[in-house]
Design a protein around this ligand. Sequence first.
Ligand SMILES: [Zn+2]
Length: 294
Amino acid sequence: MRTMMKLVTCVVLISIGFVSSWNHDNPDKDWCQIAPVCCEGRRQSPINIQTANLTLPKNFINLFFKRDYFEAGKLKGKYSNDGHSIKFTPSRWEKSRIVHLISKEKNIKARLAQFHFHWGANDSYGSEHAYDGKFFPLELHFVHLNQKYDETNDHLDHGDGAIVVGFMFKPAKENPDTCVTSAPGNAFFTSLMASIGQIGKKGDKGDEVKVDIESLFDAVPDLSTNMAHYEGSLTTPPCSEAVQWFNVMTPVEVSPFILDAIRTMTKDGRGLVLFDNYRPLQALNRRTVYDLFY
Ligand SMILES: [Zn+2]
């Protein structure tokens, strides 16, 4: 009996260890063993968004950012390195920002839980989604959780558990005379640049900082009419098919210096420089991608 117990404990420990040690080396193969839905699911993310194939919704559908999303001042919180990405977590959940998805079938209010990034080794790739087959060097995901499931904390078990808003970034051209770049996206990254030296290793957490979210949203003209929308999944294990995706279609320019810092200054759990933390494109299957450009 004791041997049996020991065996069970070992199996459990091995499987927990395996789940926590996933990486981006070979996602399409390795992640299936962690969560079968990563390979067998029919609404996986990311996808290539073909602008010519976008569908105008028959009925009204839109994502509203509650007024204080931008106007409540800067958002307080901490950046951290979880071994897979650079992540920002707001200090006070109850003070966090709310988005509201309204359509004929859905009425979802969701609260910002965290944001994080995906990037490559150079300017030619690194984003998870692609727009008309084109990748960008950096993609940002604002992850909001449906308040309906706050009590039960089972957001990922529901198709409407999360609303993720994705932004793309591209390098701004440097002024050859001054070597200074004043790009619209730079102010948003000021707090990350202040923290990035503190989060070099997996598990590191920076000091509390204030993020200027408003400056990022201001950098995209007519944000709420500049998005594509589809139903998808988390892009990391357990690949839960719980995400209402909203992809901002206009990339924001940032200084090449900021992109370089993100590519070089953090390490993963193995002590390797952290980059290429994106999942390859997944099949669209029979999904509709909506055009919210109206
Ligand atoms: Zn992500």
